[in-house]
Design a protein around this ligand. Structure first.
Ligand code: F6P
Length: 569
């Protein structure tokens, strides 16, 4: 373990970022810059694209449509230096205890280190352990792909349902969807599904149509205490037991059913054993991997099942390429740092506190949902790492949708609403090369071009407003566009496991850099705990096991409505 991280040495009177010289200079600079429209910035500097675009690992990041100039960037880079971003990047990647409130490292980057690398944390070489656990996961995947994993009645598994929520769901869901084109053709087909909701509605749908004899459940939960996941798991177990133990002439033991139909993935092996997961079917990971940063290890089992082991490794390699870049590139050329600084400029100096994620590729359907957790659960904080209340803004409200669909839904607000919004446009440059039928290939290529045209057009209109068209004749107010909405565009050479890995790592590191500048810990999530406790108490009251008296009038009314409904049958 390396020495104490730079931030942990401070006292509770530590300097907050808004007192740093560069922050103050940025405030003064923003007073002027706020009044400058993006169209003016483009007129002033026709080379903006070259000035503000960076490229690495198959990604091109265009930050020229941000409402900044070279002076802004110089001040932001000074802020990053004053906030000790370079030192904190080293602290993160070398395994220091950057998760201060839980006193542990945040080593998701170790999950994608190549086998020959070495990283010692608390006297343990984590790389060897990481590769052992990957190898164990890959053996399970290969058995399933070979049709050698048989259910309790002897039939090969055909459907795998991942039961998990938050980081144990969103990452694997997003990546399996994004990389569905990369399914290995030669393997025994295994369909992968996801059920996360605690109300059981997604699970109920699967249970109504899947065959219990050929269905395997992956119980994914870092803590193995999450009620959402455990209640789905209990329902699934009872469904299997009711259908399989009395199957055919020879009785099948409950133990065999649970053994053959459940894999557990968790950082708590003893809890997996207690629940009944067979030790050979337990995949482990470490407390030092945060839930929303965990898709790179055994939580990624559904990904490896869909895309195969080689493509899973390519995803890791793409992320590792971004890690190396993050570690070594100067701040001004560092993609995650630059993306983070654009966000800081918008949130803290231009007062833009809404951020929309807009991928122009149907395969990235779940990317916005994934980023919502990554960014808001990490940086939705209002206390510094030293326990001081914060009086500057931190994480903006983030939401998104596939860009082309959002054009027909909420772009109206982006173009003519009253809220300033930062947008991220994401698109692959190349698509459909693998389509062999010439006619379909021609059509789909044209559709891809159509999508890119819309992507480029939308960011342009958001930037220029009415100036995006030549015939800017007189128009009534309701047909006018003011523009000046800032955006970033990320172009992927094409969407592959490697570029997707790099893209996700880009955002992970962006979140980290912003957290460093805001002086918050992005690796804990204490804000979700109280709700869990109150829900447990409320559940008791719903079951008539607690008193309604201390409840507020609204909650009492809602509970009584439920009781009335229950009574009425
Ligand atoms: O309650 C929030 C949270 O802890 C997330 O951080 C996490 O990704 C999710 O719940 C699921 O947690 P677990 O993997 O422990 O079930």
């Amino acid at each position: 373990m390396a020495s104490v991280p730079p931030h942990a040495t401070s006292t509770s009177n530590a300097t907050t970022p808004d007192t740093l010289p560069a922050w103050r200079a940025l405030k003064r600079h923003a007073d002027v810059q706020k009044t400058v429209h993006l169209k003016t910035l483009f007129k002033q500097d026709p080379q903006r694209f070259e000035t503000f675009t960076r490229r690495i690992a198959g990604l091109t990041l265009d930050l020229s449509k941000q409402r900044w100039n070279q002076e802004t960037l110089n001040l932001l880079l000074a802020l990053a230096e004053e906030a000790k971003v370079p030192e904190e990047i080293d602290a993160l990647l070398s395994g220091q205890r950057v998760n201060t409130s839980e006193d542990r490292p945040a080593l998701h980057t170790a999950l994608r280190l190549p086998m020959e690398a070495s990283l010692t944390v608390d006297g343990e070489d984590v790389v060897a352990g990481v590769h052992e656990s990957l190898a164990q996961m890959e053996r399970l995947v290969e058995r399933l792909h070979a049709g050698q994993w048989r259910g309790a009645t002897g039939k090969p598994i055909k459907d795998v349902v991942n039961l998990g929520v938050g980081g144990s769901d969103l990452g694997p869901l997003m990546v399996t969807h994004a990389l569905a084109d990369f399914r290995p053709l030669e393997v025994h087909p295994v369909e992968v599904h996801f059920a996360s909701t605690m109300d059981g509605s997604q699970l109920a749908d699967y249970l109504s149509r899947l065959n219990p004899e050929t269905t395997l459940f992956v119980l994914s939960s870092k803590s193995f205490t999450t009620i959402d996941t455990l209640s789905n798991a209990n329902t699934a177990r009872d469904w299997l037991l009711a259908r399989l133990t009395r199957h055919g002439a020879t009785p099948i033991s409950a133990e065999l059913v649970v053994r053959q139909h459940f894999i557990g993935v968790s950082a708590c092996p003893e809890k997996m054993s207690e629940w009944g997961i067979a030790p050979a079917h337990q995949l482990r990971f470490w407390e030092w991997v945060g839930g929303r940063y965990s898709l790179w290890g055994t939580i990624g089992l559904p990904i490896a099942l869909v895309v195969g082991v080689a493509h899973f490794r390519a995803l890791l390699a793409g992320a590792h390429a971004m890690d190396r870049h993050f570690q070594s590139a100067p701040l001004a050329d560092n993609l995650p740092v630059m993306l983070a600084l654009a966000g800081i400029w918008n949130v803290n100096f231009l007062d833009i506190r809404a951020h929309s994620i807009l991928p122009y590729d149907g395969r990235l359907e779940y990317f916005a949902a994934y980023l919502e957790q990554l960014e808001m659960e990490s940086n939705g904080k209002s206390v510094t790492r030293h326990g001081q209340a914060i009086d500057y803004s931190t994480c903006p409200v983030l939401w998104g949708q596939l860009g082309p669909n959002a054009q027909h839904a909420f772009y109206q607000l982006l173009h003519q609403g009253t809220q300033p919004v930062e947008c991220d446009f994401i698109a692959p440059l190349k698509r459909y090369d693998e389509v062999t039928d010439p006619e379909t290939h021609r059509h789909l290529k044209a559709q891809h071009k159509l999508s890119l045209a819309n992507c480029f057009a939308q960011s342009r209109v958001l930037m220029l407003g009415d100036d995006a068209i030549d015939d800017d004749g007189p128009r009534p107010a309701h047909k006018r566009y003011r523009g000046n909405q800032p955006s970033s565009t990320v172009l992927l050479d094409q969407l592959t496991p490697a570029t997707l890995g790099a893209l996700i790592a880009l955002y992970e590191h962006k979140v980290f850099v912003q957290a460093v500048i805001w002086d918050i810990n992005p690796f804990d999530q204490w804000g979700v705990e109280l709700g869990k406790k109150i829900a447990t108490d409320t559940q008791k009251i719903l079951d008539h096991e607690g008193s309604l008296a201390p409840m507020d009038a609204s909650t009492r009314g809602l509970i009584e409505a439920f009781w009335a409904c229950e009574k009425g049958g």
